[in-house]
Design a protein around this ligand. Structure first.
Ligand SMILES: Cc1ncc(COP(=O)(O)O)c(C=O)c1O
Length: 451
């Protein structure tokens, strides 16, 4: 299979030219069951990352999902949401999502995934400001280290030069502010002081960019990249105040945090977020089909929907009937099987298990919420960093290898501050969460011993 990939398949975010025979073997996942996946050789793993943060209900709802999909395909395989035309499933899903969304957010624009949802947020932002007589609001604010997708527009909102520089100048001028990672602080701060510091940075950045030129600020309720970075108390309320003061829109990128990952339909609800626009994808169909969506607050919709104003933006597969039918059924399953309640019931237990890992010497910081955690690793150098040898032996090799050998798929980031991250399926029970914590504890204890 590695040979087929070499000949024909360009994998995403992969050194495609470095696969075997010279280098790495491809990891081929053949089937899934419950919270587990099996590789091509028949080995079973706990899917500790829910695929790529999307398989909220695991892999065993295929019959019900297929029933909804089959019904939809027999009735109507395709019809666009385009030029005053729609289909009932798209309408029903928009209504359902609006009902779940935070108060005052009632309009839904569908897309094919997260990056498209983010780009839609930007275009709606631009439209909103222009129609209100402020066409000069052409700049965005985003947070350092964050990731909002890889299409050229969405890529503007990341500051990772490895991702942006190969593709030339940003499509959207973006200014970057501090993220909410306490572990990066030189001096520890309490919540109030940390929030003040972060908001002062946002305000200074807006003022330096020119407040009349800033269109939106985009942030995740819990930032994925950099390792499940939670906000301090008062942060989202403060962002709201700054957005109101300076007239920019506040966009919550909930591509990972929506649909139960933090125990709520929208993760922002855990932190008092009151965004103008929310972007979602991944868990909206629980990974059973591709889909993204941009949710728009009524006061924004009122502007872009002024009679006669055309929303010149769209995708052929926006709200595809198959994806919409699957999303509807998946949301129904999540409600019926009390999936959010499962996260709420078990999140304190998982938090406790994760917190206890700070006792392992190689663990420098533990952070996260709901079913979404990261462990930041400290190395053998005086400043907590890793020497090249320790990094190569442990972060690039031993830790990911041992986790997998023990039957856990987790994410190991080999970055400046290495991380181990989990985002298990939301159907995971206590025993499975314990097993995940045990495997991580054993693996990191071994790594610590070799540090
Ligand atoms: C916060 C966030 N926004 C946007 C995206 C992009 O989503 P997609 O890969 O569906 O384009 C991702 C993907 O991981 C993400 O984590």
């Amino acid at each position: 299979m590695t040979a087929t990939a070499q000949r024909h398949l360009l994998l995403n975010m992969t050194a495609n030219g470095s696969l075997a025979p010279q280098g790495k073997e491809l990891f081929v996942v053949r089937r899934g069951e419950g919270p587990y996946v099996d590789d091509a050789a028949g080995n079973r793993y706990i899917d500790g990352l829910s695929g790529l943060y999307c398989c909220q209900i695991g892999y065993s709802y295929a019959d019900e999902i297929a029933e909804a999909a089959g019904k939809q395909l027999r009735e109507l395989c395709y019809s666009p949401l385009w030029s005053e035309s729609a289909h009932p499933t798209g309408l029903e899903l928009a209504e359902r999502i609006a009902a779940l969304a935070p108060d005052g957010i009632d309009q839904v624009f569908f897309s094919g995934g997260g990056a498209e949802a983010v780009e839609t947020a930007w275009k709606i932002t631009r439209r909103y400001h222009t129609l209100r007589g402020e066409p000069g609001r052409i700049k965005a604010i985003a947070r350092r280290g964050a990731y909002h997708g890889l299409t050229l527009g969405a890529l503007s909102f990341t500051d990772d030069p490895g991702l942006t520089e190969p593709y030339g100048p940003r499509a959207v001028e973006t200014h970057f502010v501090a993220n909410t990672n306490r572990a990066a602080l030189e001096q520890p701060l309490d919540d109030a002081a940390f929030t003040e510091y972060l908001l002062a940075d946002v305000e200074a950045t807006v003022l330096a960019a020119g407040p009349e030129s800033v269109g939106m600020l985009i942030a995740e309720p819990v930032q994925n990249r950099g390792g499940c970075i939670t906000p301090p108390e008062g942060y989202w309320e403060g962002l709201r105040r700054l957005a109101d003061r300076y007239g920019f829109l506040l966009v919550a990128d909930e591509v990972i945090t929506a649909f139960g990952r933090l125990g709520e339909w929208f993760g922002g609800e855990c932190y008092g977020a009151r965004p103008d626009i929310v972007t979602v994808a991944k868990g909206i169909t629980a990974g059973y089909a591709p889909m993204g969506a941009t949710l728009v607050a009524d006061h924004v919709a009122e502007v872009i929907n002024r009679p006669g104003e055309v929303l010149n933006h769209g995708y052929t597969f926006s709200g595809h009937p198959l994806s919409a039918a699957i999303a509807l059924r998946s949301l129904e399953i999540m409600q019926r099987d009390r999936i959010l309640e499962n996260v709420r019931d078990l999140q304190d237990h998982l938090a406790g298990r994760m917190a206890s890992l700070t006792a392992v010497p190689i663990v420098g910081d533990v952070r996260g919420a709901g079913f979404f955690y990261a462990l930041e690793l400290v190395g053998d150098l005086d400043d907590g960093g890793f020497s090249d040898t320790a990094r190569a032996a442990l972060v690039a090799d031993l830790i990911p290898r041992r986790l997998r050998e023990a039957g856990l798929l987790a994410r190991v980031y080999n970055r400046a501050e290495p991380l181990v991250q989990i985002a298990p399926p939301l159907i995971s029970d206590r025993a499975l969460l314990d097993r995940i914590a045990d495997i991580i504890a054993d693996t990191l204890a071994e790594a610590s011993a070799r540090l």
